[in-house]
Design a protein around this ligand. Sequence first.
Ligand SMILES: NC(=O)c1ccc[n+]([C@@H]2O[C@H](COP(=O)([O-])OP(=O)(O)OC[C@H]3O[C@@H](n4cnc5c(N)ncnc54)[C@H](OP(=O)(O)O)[C@@H]3O)[C@@H](O)[C@H]2O)c1
Length: 290
Amino acid sequence: MTDRTATDVTVLGLGAMGSALARALVGAGHRTVVWNRTASRAEPLVALGAEAAPDPAAAVAGADVVIVSLVDGEAATAVLTAAGPALAGTTVVELTSLTPREAEAIGELVEGAGAAYVSGSVMVTPPMIGTDGAALLLGGDRAAYDRAADVLRVLAPDLHFVGDAATAALLDMGMLDVFFGAATSFVHGAVLASTGGIEPTEFPAHGESMLQLAVATARELAEELTAESYPGDENSLAMMRRGIDHVVETSEERGIDPSLPLVTARLMRGAVEQGYGHEGYGRIADLLRR
Ligand SMILES: NC(=O)c1ccc[n+]([C@@H]2O[C@H](COP(=O)([O-])OP(=O)(O)OC[C@H]3O[C@@H](n4cnc5c(N)ncnc54)[C@H](OP(=O)(O)O)[C@@H]3O)[C@@H](O)[C@H]2O)c1
């Protein structure tokens, strides 16, 4: 049964993520109002105890916390514009993945309507919402975040408040950059190995050890980037570029698109041509900065 003393929460957007967020809130006893463009997606949540609203303005009216989880910034802007003055007095927690520029623009829209603004990202998949491993990355109005923190902990016990909304979005971009790069490399490696009969099920045992090595190397790289010093005594760019050149060559020989390793090869070659062959991997940062 709903606890009427708990914070009233609205969830705008009931895709895979929004539905998981709303389910966790209902489960924790919050009065939870939901709205989705395709109304039928609210039905399973209403069956659990949520209330469905007919439009965004009706959904947010009187809420303490409004959580937004939509496909992109364009949809979030349209839905929050439709909610309009009904947002006044609420705290909007925008959990749609946004660019820093979008995060700032949506902040202006929300604060212009008289609401407080917190913006960030969900760092886990929908089934992990409400579990111990769930994490949110957040920025924006610190006082509003503090007021909403108990509600947010229902979704994810691990909360990281990192500064303003644009900073939270920028950190999200950096993290997604790492995730997609690693995931694409893993698939590329598995596909390349499969040309020699190595089954995809066999590959993780080998590929995962490289991911672990990358984690250990990341910490060293972070120190080197901070110090702007890239010692290459144990593994120089001149040595390592041969490794990536071999990946490109083998990909071409085996009929696998070499675009991904080619990007890395181009960066390493560029650093060597600029006279940094004796230095370490972090020196490629110079070639990334425009
Ligand atoms: N799924 C994940 O693993 C995951 C993990 C971390 C972060 N996220 C982030 O969570 C957010 C939501 O992801 P999701 O997985 O829930 O996506 P999804 O399942 O594709 O759901 C998209 C949602 O956006 C709504 N929508 C799309 N266009 C709209 C428009 N023009 N106006 C109003 N509503 C619109 C959809 O409504 P309809 O039902 O009417 O189409 C639906 O509610 C994204 O920013 C995503 O990056 C997702």
